[in-house]
Design a protein around this ligand. Structure first.
Ligand SMILES: C[S@@+](CC[C@H](N)C(=O)[O-])C[C@H]1O[C@@H](n2cnc3c(N)ncnc32)[C@H](O)[C@@H]1O
Length: 378
């Protein structure tokens, strides 16, 4: 077997592994404690090498040697959306990551994290270990990459760190740009249309199909794929009325004030992307774990056609309810924008699958990193 081997830590449902496997890396261990995410990973890449549990419980002697370690310690502790607490126990998990590096002795490791990771004390500690500590035989490159610059239909900015003991590996150069200069090799950004156009706009079901499969000795909902996870929600009439006013690229400020909940009426600025609508010919905003809630981001379906007759107050332009699609993207659509293959298998409840999708590294970004690293692996 000449394929380079990879360990995926905090593997989630395997978004990052999708990209590395597509570039010829063979997974030998994945560690993930969310049992449904671990099961989704197992359904797609095999159960034998999955450790469905806490990374701290993996004993040193259970860690195989591998050419590569990928994975990002969870980021809630530093994320813009979470509380910034330095003593948050989740921030210690990067030390587990280093234990794996010392044991598996990879030629290269890749850490993925929130865009502000390089401003965190954890990053400083990592850098100190690389400069004069236990990781001193590695050199690192780091920066914030936007998935849209690597052919993903989503603007998702993540810190990527590549550590190498086989020569410095620069971050991959973008392959796509918003408006490529004439004559450059760059392709234009891929769009929401590229991924979801043509899917049924009114899905038949509001539920996952009945299906159960055993993973790790436990029966779990799934596996589901493709249109199985293309189900709709049935919003209240008031919610539908609000969505109708939001044009592509718009958000809560396009909704007449008297239709807004009181808390938003009183908050005149900020959170501009909430209750936002995607644009067909642009990459989406970041898909997060609660993309099924319109009040959490820019998740409304991009199809919106204004009514020909305008309302009395021309500030508020309403979409034609027959020609517009007043719902958030489905799980299937979100998974495609997150760059999962159409036939990816999913395990868990609706909420569990949404969490897996929103947490993932889009495979196009992972692929670009894998392609950059591959020639360095001996
Ligand atoms: C950002 S997600 C990883 C996404 C993944 N790289 C992908 O591309 O799909 C981080 C994951 O770490 C897992 N996790 C958090 N703490 C853990 C621990 N102590 N042991 C194992 N997994 C853990 C979470 O359940 C979550 O799925």
């Amino acid at each position: 077997m000449n394929e380079p081997t990879v360990i995926d830590l905090f593997a989630g449902c395997g978004g990052m592994t999708v990209g590395f496997a597509q570039e010829g890396f063979a997974p030998v261990l994945a560690v993930e404690w969310d049992k449904y995410a671990a099961a989704t990973y197992a359904a797609n890449f095999g159960e034998e090498h999955v450790r469905a549990g806490d990374i701290a419980d993996v004993k040193d002697e259970e860690i195989p040697q591998a050419d590569l370690i990928i994975g990002g310690p969870p980021c809630q502790g530093f994320s813009n959306l979470g509380l910034k607490k330095l003593d948050d126990p989740r921030n210690q998990l990067w030390r587990e990551y280093m234990r794996f590096i010392l044991k598996a002795k990879p030629q290269v490791f890749v850490i993925e994290n929130v865009d502000r990771f390089s401003k965190s004390p954890e990053f400083e500690m990592l850098r100190a270990e690389v400069e004069h500590g236990i990781l001193r035989n590695y050199v690192i490159s780091h920066g914030v990459l936007n998935a849209a610059d690597y052919g993903v239909s989503q603007r998702r900015r993540r810190t990527i760190i590549i550590g190498s003991r086989v020569g410095k590996i620069e971050l991959p150069a973008p392959t796509h740009a918003r408006e490529p200069d004439p004559g450059s090799d760059l392709l234009p950004w891929r769009t929401v249309r590229d991924r979801i156009e043509g899917l049924p706009v009114r899905p038949d079901s509001t539920e996952l199909p009945d299906s159960v499969t055993e993973f790790f000795g436990e029966r779990m909902p799934g596996t589901f794929k493709n249109l199985d996870i293309h189900f709709r929600r049935d919003p209240r009439p008031l919610s539908l009325e609000r969505y109708a006013y939001v044009p592509p690229g718009g958000g809560r400020f396009d909704v007449p004030t008297d239709l807004l909940p009181k808390c938003w009426r009183e908050k005149a600025t900020g959170t501009t992307d909430v209750m936002g609508r995607m644009r067909w010919d642009f990459p989406s905003h970041t898909i997060r774990t609660e993309f099924f809630k319109p009040e959490k981001g820019s998740y409304l379906h991009p199809q919106w056609i204004p009514e020909s007759t305008q309302s009395d107050d021309s500030r508020w332009i309403k979409g034609d309810p027959k020609k517009s699609v007043n719902r958030v993207v489905t799980h299937f659509e979100a998974s495609l924008i997150q760059d999962f293959p159409e036939d990816y298998l999913w395990v868990g409840s609706k909420v569990a699958i949404a969490r897996q999708i929103g947490n993932a590294v889009p495979s196009g970004l992972a692929r670009a990193i894998a392609r950059q690293i591959r020639p360095f692996i001996n």
